[in-house]
Write a protein that binds this ligand. Structure first.
Ligand SMILES: [Mn+2]
Length: 352
């Protein structure tokens, strides 16, 4: 049989720095992507969907998101939704799951659901069980064992940590994980594999890349990551060294590998002449029609060609020479002072 593994949907999540102006888009896209994932399961005849933690970003999600999630579960009664709680959607008095027959929580005691020879087990980590629960794991070696947990893999136990050492030799075939927001996988022991499906839709520039879900095949004991997203967050570094004019600069910006649905951060690097005048708006203008959202981070180093000012009798020349003769300043400081000083003398805006 095939099992779908998805995690870290983070419904009702706040959008973080840099993307606040498109927070409605991020919320809508998160719902749209999750809906597509459930539709994939329905269309492929997949009967089990593992939700490996942080379906909701908070213990008090919005009514809209709660009803959306419940609606998808109710609409697909043939699919079992196995619900693990993460560190964001912990159980509490006001955060109880709705009573829907095909929504099956693992809870804070190790719980298993059986589908023929396939056994899917899981436990919500709490302060009191996260250390001792490993000793309760005793999986039948003749079954196909899937374990669902939420935390960072390593060699320690904790409420947000998965101790791989303690899971070794437990007859686990597939460890379905949540918590890390990018797909990754590795060897658990001689027998098993672990994998993170990653999050659904990035919500900050530190969540770049193609997001999606995993399909685990219990016949072949292999898993496949399937990209599924509304938008991709891309962080693209662009080296501007060698550029001497605005035209050349824009030409370089134009080479960025982007698509119209992308959310892009362009990080400008390299050394550029201090006199080269350009603004963030120039760069945004170049890519405006080619991306959904663009953010520019200027990390270029301004370089002054001091020889140009050697015989310059004006205030500009005097200023550049005096800065470069100052032995108390580092090269970096000299270049920065000259860049900002010349901009002020020319009446340009100074970007810091
Ligand atoms: Mn988490």
């Amino acid at each position: 049989m095939k099992i779908l593994h998805v995690a870290d949907i983070h419904l009702s999540s706040k959008v973080r720095a840099g993307l606040k102006s498109i927070s409605e888009d991020r919320k809508t896209a998160t719902r749209a992507s999750f809906k597509k994932i459930v539709e994939y399961a329905a269309n492929e005849g997949i009967k089990v969907v593992i939700l490996a933690g942080d379906v909701f970003d908070t213990t008090s999600p919005t009514k809209k998101d709660t009803e959306f999630f419940e609606g998808l579960v109710r609409k697909n009664p043939e699919i079992d939704f196995l619900y693990l709680r993460g560190n964001h959607d912990k159980a509490s008095e006001d955060n109880v799951l709705p009573d829907i027959p095909n929504l099956k929580p693992f809870g804070d005691k190790l719980t298993s659901f059986e589908y023929g020879d396939v056994v899917v087990s899981g436990v919500d980590f709490t302060e009191s069980n996260c250390d001792g629960v490993y000793s309760l794991m005793d999986f039948n070696k003749d079954k196909k064992n899937i374990l669902v947990l939420h935390g960072t893999v390593g060699t320690v136990s904790g409420v947000e940590s998965v101790n791989l050492k303690k899971l070794s030799g437990k007859n686990i075939d597939y460890l379905a994980l949540g918590h890390i927001h990018a797909y990754s996988s590795g060897k658990l022991d001689e027998r098993g594999t672990y994998a993170y499906s990653g999050c659904v839709e990035g919500k900050a520039f530190d969540e770049p890349g193609k997001k999606g879900f995993i399909v685990y095949d219990t016949d072949t004991l292999t898993h496949t990551f399937i990209p599924c997203y509304e938008r991709e967050i891309k962080v693209i570094e662009l080296n501007l060294s060698g550029v001497t004019s605005l035209v050349e600069l824009l030409e370089k910006v134009g080479t960025a590998d982007v698509e119209s649905r992308d959310i892009v951060r362009l990080v400008l690097k390299g050394e550029v002449p201090t006199e080269l005048e350009y603004s963030q708006e120039d760069i945004k203008g170049e890519l405006r029609d080619r991306v959904f959202f663009l953010d520019v981070k200027d990390e270029t180093i301004r370089k002054t060609d001091v020889s140009k000012y050697k015989n310059d009798a004006s205030l500009r020349g005097e200023f550049v020479r005096s800065v470069f003769e100052d032995t108390t300043l580092t090269e970096e400081e000299k270049n920065e002072i000259v860049h900002n000083g010349l901009a002020l003398l020319d009446g340009r805006e100074v970007y810091v």
